[in-house]
Design a protein around this ligand. Structure first.
Ligand SMILES: Nc1ncnc2c1ncn2[C@@H]1O[C@H](COP(=O)(O)OP(=O)(O)OP(=O)(O)O)[C@@H](O)[C@H]1O
Ligand SMILES: [Mg+2]
Length: 231
């Protein structure tokens, strides 16, 4: 198993957010974690990455527990993250943003990222601050890719994007998943999650309360409504 999260408990100064979350992502799988505002999705991603320190539980990458390790150790083990809000470097150009993120030689070079997302090539000399939300999202994905991850974690990539742009991001992620890259995506946008993921989980108040195939969840609108208040 590429990623195994076991009974992860985490939070902030006296407030517990994750109440024992367990999930798996296998090589080549695309998994979505769905959940409304504030249920702990970002806390889960940041606890996996070592940006938030879990109080207990395990984060196994290929069988090795890396919980409570520094973020760069997770990156070295093959986990790439596209953070909520994208966080591209505003004063750097598109190319500079990509080049400083190169850490490990491998399949994904800057050229290959531009081939996958040609818009980044068209905007190569523009600054991060001059990009649209969709372009920033593509750049954030490109930055994670040049680290040559085995698992790509994305935290609400649809955030603040127009539906047509969300669809473009979905195409990029679907292409990546088809190449065999494992993807763990946290989303509120059901369409994007459904486009990309083979399996879905739903989080409520720091717990996984539902797991199924995407197909099963899609065909059960009532369930989706009860769990997420949508659909
Ligand atoms: N740095 C922090 N310090 C203290 N509390 C925090 C911090 N970050 C998040 N929280 C709290 O933890 C809970 C879960 O937040 P989190 O950001 O993980 O949710 P989320 O599911 O990602 O929400 P959203 O969909 O809005 O991104 C919320 O109650 C939030 O207020
Ligand atoms: Mg969040």
């Amino acid at each position: 198993m590429l990623l195994e999260v076991k009974d992860l408990v985490a939070g902030y100064e006296g407030s517990r957010v994750l109440n024992g979350v367990s999930l798996n992502v296998d090589t080549g799988e695309a998994v979505a974690v769905l959940g409304r505002n504030g249920v702990g999705k970002t806390t889960l991603m940041e606890s996996i990455m070592g940006l938030v320190r879990p109080t207990s539980g395990q984060v196994l990458i290929n069988g090795t527990d890396l919980a409570r390790r520094a973020p760069n150790q997770l990156a070295r083990a093959g986990v790439g993250i596209v953070p909520q809000g994208r966080r591209v470097f505003a004063p750097l150009t598109v190319m500079e943003n990509l080049e400083i993120a190169v850490r490990k030689r491998g399949e994904w070079t800057v050229d290959k990222v531009v081939e996958l997302m040609p818009r980044l090539g068209e905007r190569r000399t523009n600054l991060g601050s001059q990009l649209s939300g969709g372009e920033q999202q593509m750049l954030a994905i490109g930055r994670a890719l040049v680290g040559n991850p085995k698992l790509l974690i994305l935290d609400e990539p649809s955030d603040g994007l127009a539906p047509a742009v969300v669809a473009q991001v979905g195409e990029v992620l679907t292409t990546l998943a088809e190449t065999g890259l494992a993807v763990l995506i946290v989303e509120q946008d059901l369409r994007l999650a459904f486009d990309v993921a083979d399996r879905v989980m739903v989080m409520q108040k720091g717990e996984i309360v539902h797991q199924s195939t995407t197909q099963e969840f899609r065909s059960d609108g009532e369930r989706a409504h009860a769990l997420l208040g949508v659909g």
